[in-house]
Ligand binder design. Structure first.
Ligand code: NAD
Length: 486
């Protein structure tokens, strides 16, 4: 049994209280490792170490910090297959996906911010009356990074890379459901000689270790990705101490398909945008709106393709769909399928739990499910399910579909499919949303602002947005007037 450990003060250690939690393999439903059940005592040890490390880490400067980040990127890349397998066993996602998306993107996150920090600069505001203002961008100090289970190492590194690059010391907490690759990551940090205290990775429950990080007055900023309800709790707890916050939260994304789309391309990508990673990506489209002229044809061909996505052991190379992350999440997804039926929806395909033969007979698998016949404002179409479940619905006019798309409390992402450039631009402008993809989905340039509006979040990640979040701007105003008469 693997015993995952915390990474504190440059070493791998158990929780101060010695307690552990079981860690499950979703594909088998069995416990395969343990993780520390840490609490505020572990945060206290990590903070003492971070305070010792901060002055030197800050003073190191972008070039040298960048080298550490790049070494970490190289260290992960050198163990890519081991990381990919670990991610799949821990999360349930297909191995090919971990190998081709999750782990390469974690490597890219580290190396992107290794480069970005060397190109980051701040503003100067010279004036005509012999005054120069310039902005210093300094690290905040010690910051907290809290990440979810759906893209474990991918989202973990997406936060800690800019935080470290900017010169902060970081106390990071991965999801208790998927701690394994963060543990491997801490091994890489030790291998490359990251100075002790610069990064701590502390494992445990959100309500225990997550809230201990949020509540601590010496942690000056929190970057959080996870559910909207958790985000609201964090915002409430952080507000009285005026902690800087970045919140990347839930979504209920629309896929808008016009009659004049490239049919084959739209069909192929919509299967992926609906069911990639078992639908457990905050950017997956879970409400598909198809214009009336192609509705029946699109629906029929879509359902035929979705039926081919049978869940199977994620370690098998041909597996198209893996397991859901936990028994609790499986039950939540199944309860939404029942809700859809209760609301009058028709299941066009899927709808059931699956029990593959062999080692995965007790795993947490659900068939990709397509539901028709529900109004846009019912609960199934308003609440985040975060699983392999989509609804499909026809629309007639552009105004109507924009209203459907904007109708939820979320505002993360939408993909729009049309060959009419004017329609595309107009719809993009009218969506109340953070990210719009036109004739594509999940195409990511790491320099672009990433995040949502409404209850999908506060703030933006990505590129210089992230470096700005993790630094404090300080204005310096100098008089250039001889004699200083200003
Ligand atoms: P979650 O909110 O349950 O947990 C996220 C993290 O927060 C975990 O590490 C958890 O331990 C921790 N946590 C829980 N309670 C806490 C508390 N009171 N204080 C501090 N930390 C706490 O979310 P999840 O189930 O892990 O992830 C799924 C959710 O994340 C979905 O809603 C999904 O849409 C969202 N998500 C959003 C994005 C985005 O970029 N907007 C990306 C991925 C996932």
């Amino acid at each position: 049994m693997i015993q995952i450990q915390n990474y504190i003060d440059g070493a791998l250690v158990p929780a101060v209280n010695g307690r552990t939690l079981d860690n499950y393999e979703p594909a088998t439903g069995a416990v395969y490792s343990t993780l520390p059940r840490s609490n505020a005592d572990d945060v206290a040890v990590a903070l003492a170490s971070a305070k010792r490390a901060f002055p030197q880490w800050k003073a190191l400067g972008p070039e040298d910090r960048s080298k550490y980040l790049q070494k970490i990127a190289d260290g992960i890349e050198a163990r890519l297959e081991e990381f990919a397998r670990a991610e799949t066993v821990d999360n349930g996602k297909p191995l090919w996906l971990s190998r081709s998306v999750d782990i390469p993107r974690a490597v890219q996150n580290m190396s992107f911010f290794a480069s970005a920090i060397r190109n980051f600069s701040s503003e100067a505001h010279p004036t005509t009356d012999n005054i120069l203002n310039y902005t210093l961008r300094q690290p905040i100090g010690i910051v907290g990074c809290i990440s979810p289970w759906n893209l474990p190492l991918y989202l973990f590194t997406w936060k800690i890379a800019p935080a470290l690059a900017s010169g902060n010391c970081v106390i990071a907490k991965p999801s208790e459901l998927t701690p394994m690759t963060a543990f491997l990551f801490s091994q890489v940090c030790i291998e490359v000689g990251l100075p002790a205290g610069v990064l701590a990775i502390i494992h445990g429950l959100g309500a225990e270790i997550g809230s201990a990080i949020v509540d601590h007055s010496d942690i000056s900023a929190i970057s959080f990705t996870g559910g909207t309800t958790t985000g609201a709790t964090i915002a409430r707890n952080a507000a009285p101490v005026f902690k800087k916050l970045s919140l990347e939260l839930g979504g209920k994304n629309a896929t808008i398909i016009f009659d004049d789309c490239d049919f084959e391309d739209t069909l192929k990508t919509t299967v992926r945008s609906s069911f990639a990673n078992q639908g457990e990506i905050c950017l997956c489209g879970s409400r598909i709106y198809v214009q009336r002229g192609i509705y029946e044809r699109f629906k029929n061909e879509f359902v035929e393709r979705v039926k081919k996505l049978q869940p199977a052991d994620p370690l098998i190379e041909t597996s198209k769909q893996g397991a859901l992350v936990s028994k609790e999440h499986l039950e939540k997804v199944l309860s939404y399928i029942q809700l859809a039926k209760d609301e009058g929806g028709t299941i066009l395909c899927g709808g059931n739990q699956v029990f593959p033969e062999g080692r995965c007979a007790n795993g947490w698998f659900v068939q990709p499910t397509v539901i028709e016949g529900l109004p846009y404002d019912c609960r199934t179409n308003q609440e985040e399910i975060f699983g392999p479940v989509v609804t499909i619905q026809p629309f007639d006019s552009e105004d109507e579909v924009v209203q459907y798309a904007n109708s939820t409390k979320y505002g993360l992402a939408t993909s729009v499919w049309t060959s009419n450039l004017t329609t595309a631009h107009r719809v993009a402008a009218n969506l109340h949303i953070g990210i719009v993809w036109i004739n594509c989905w999940l195409v990511r340039d790491l320099r672009t602002p990433f995040g949502g509006v409404k209850q999908s979040g506060v703030g933006r990640e990505g590129g210089f947005e992230a470096l700005r979040f993790f630094t404090e701007p300080k204005n310096v105003c100098i008089s250039l007037q001889p004699g200083g008469s200003h």
